[in-house]
Design a protein around this ligand. Structure first.
Ligand SMILES: Nc1ncnc2c1ncn2[C@@H]1O[C@H](COP(=O)(O)OP(=O)(O)OP(=O)(O)O)[C@@H](O)[C@H]1O
Length: 469
């Protein structure tokens, strides 16, 4: 990993013992996560489903590495980090470290794990208590764990401040007297107080100015080297992760879709979601000219994730049914867009007002569906399926779209979306894909890596690049 020298890096002492007394060799699994689930069941009224924030995650965090965790907002990154640390109680699966299943620890053992594994938060403004001095903030975990005499704790805090590029004078100051970067250093010093071996860094630099970000990243890299730390680095900024992470895990709607060495994943993404995510970075060229692959719509609700592959509703490489193999790309664009509209309207429909309206037999605002169809396909459903006319849909496809429109007109967008899925869906809507090993240890959870399918990248090139050129 490259680094930049800064004045802040100078003069730190190396008084903290390195955390390699756990018997785990560098590169071996330090934390093993198996089928981890965290569902939030808030007993929502009207029988809401639980929020499946983390839904079946399996991965290892290896001793001494930085594992990047990326994905769109709301995909479950923070919840995964917090559940690994035992700050949230898992609703299923295991987190094993040093022979202990973290998810089932309590009392002293849980406290031990929470000493060995620490979290650094995104917002140093909100995560530090403004009524305490910096010295008190960093000392608090030492006090709570009864470490040494008061004098020894004070010395330890001075060492920690030095370690993160602050100095003794800062002991008596308050967080509000510090810049964002300095406050994040205080947060890091506090997280290091109990000599952890594993740290979850939750967007540790995203609230900071870019120039300050580089310095804090350098500090984290130096600390890792000096103290033998292992990081899970959560970020939505893909370039920061590329810089700092040895491996990267790509998360979508509660699950990991791709996991591998950072350079392989960024240089040649295997999963259609990774490819779409990376092609959204301006100027990124992921192997071929795929920058025009756009990620349509927003992720579905984690309360009601799609059946089969979670990414199927937005996937640019989705398997299409044989009987519609001849439909041109604009028809598929329209079908995907119509399904997105119906799904998003169905999600809104779960609002109390709409439910009550429906229960009372009042319509929802279904009238504009005809307009949507006309815009997307240049065809009005009342014209009938077999009418000749312009537009990309075949008569069979029109008939299926017409059936969906019937449901939407009656205010049942959910049924309309499922009619579309039934007609135009495939294995992607039925099976949750396994993680396939695609190259040297890299995994990607896409059905297209299985026998008999074209690879996701080949399909995307075919559908989006060649057509556009
Ligand atoms: N305490 C909670 N109760 C109910 N739902 C929650 C709770 N915490 C998180 N969620 C939901 O779980 C899902 C995942 O949230 P999480 O914060 O883990 O995502 P994230 O990927 O870290 O997002 P961001 O990048 O915006 O921080 C979201 O739908 C969120 O609304």
């Amino acid at each position: 990993m490259s680094r930049q020298e800064t004045p802040d890096d100078a003069g730190r002492s190396d008084t903290t013992p390195s955390a390699d007394d756990d018997g785990v060799a560098p590169g071996e699994p330090l934390v093993e996560i198996r089928d981890l689930e965290k569902y939030y069941d808030d007993d929502g009224f009207l029988g809401d489903e639980p929020v499946k924030a983390v839904d079946g995650v399996s991965l290892d965090v290896r001793k001494g590495e930085t594992l990047g965790l990326v994905g769109e907002s709301g995909c479950g990154k923070t919840t995964l980090g917090r559940t690994i640390l035992g700050l949230e109680t898992a609703t299923g699966g295991e987190v094993v470290s040093d022979g202990r299943d973290v998810a089932s620890l309590s009392g002293t053992q849980l406290r031990e794990w929470q000493r060995d594994a620490q979290m650094v938060f995104q917002d140093p403004e909100a995560s530090l208590n403004d009524r305490m001095t910096v010295g008190e903030i960093v000392r608090e975990p030492l006090d709570a764990h009864g470490r040494g005499t008061p004098g020894e704790r004070r010395e330890r805090v001075f060492d920690l401040l030095d370690l993160v590029g602050l100095n003794e004078e800062h002991y008596y100051r308050y967080p509000h007297q510090f810049s964002g970067g300095q406050r994040q250093r205080v947060g890091i010093a506090r997280a290091l107080a109990l000599e952890p071996e594993f740290m979850v860094l939750d967007e540790p630099v995203s609230a900071l100015d870019v120039s300050v970000q580089a310095r804090v990243i350098n500090l984290l890299e130096d600390l890792q080297e000096e103290l033998g730390l292992t990081y899970l680095f959560i970020a939505h900024d893909l370039s920061v992760v590329r810089h700092i992470a040895d491996r990267v895990a790509v998360m979508y709607l509660g699950d990991i879709v791709e996991l591998g060495d950072t350079e392989s994943v960024y240089g040649d993404p295997a999963h259609p979601y990774t490819l779409s995510l990376l092609s959204a970075i301006p100027g990124s060229h992921t192997g071929t000219d795929r920058d025009r692959v756009t990620l349509r719509g927003t992720p579905p609700s984690p309360r009601d994730p799609p059946e089969g592959c979670r990414f199927a509703t937005r996937c640019p490489a989705k398997v299409r049914p044989e009987e519609f193999a001849d439909l041109p790309e604009p028809a598929w664009d329209g079908i995907d867009a119509l399904e997105t509209v119906l799904r998003e309207r169905a999600a809104l429909d779960t609002g109390v007002t709409d439910r009550l309206r429906r229960r009372l037999g009042l319509g929802t605002d279904a009238d504009d569906i005809d307009e949507v169809v006309a815009d997307l396909f240049g065809w009005h459903p009342d014209e009938g399926a077999s009418t000749d006319g312009d537009g990309p849909l075949s008569p069979d496809a029109r008939s299926a779209v017409g059936d969906a429109v019937e449901f939407a007109r009656r205010g049942d967008d959910e049924a309309a979306a499922s009619v579309l899925r039934e007609a135009f869906g495939s294995v992607c809507n039925r099976e949750r894909p396994d993680a396939h090993v695609v190259d040297d240890g890299r995994t990607s959870a896409c059905v297209r890596h299985g026998d008999g399918y074209e690879s996701p990248t080949a399909v995307i090139d075919d559908r989006y690049v060649r057509d556009d050129d």
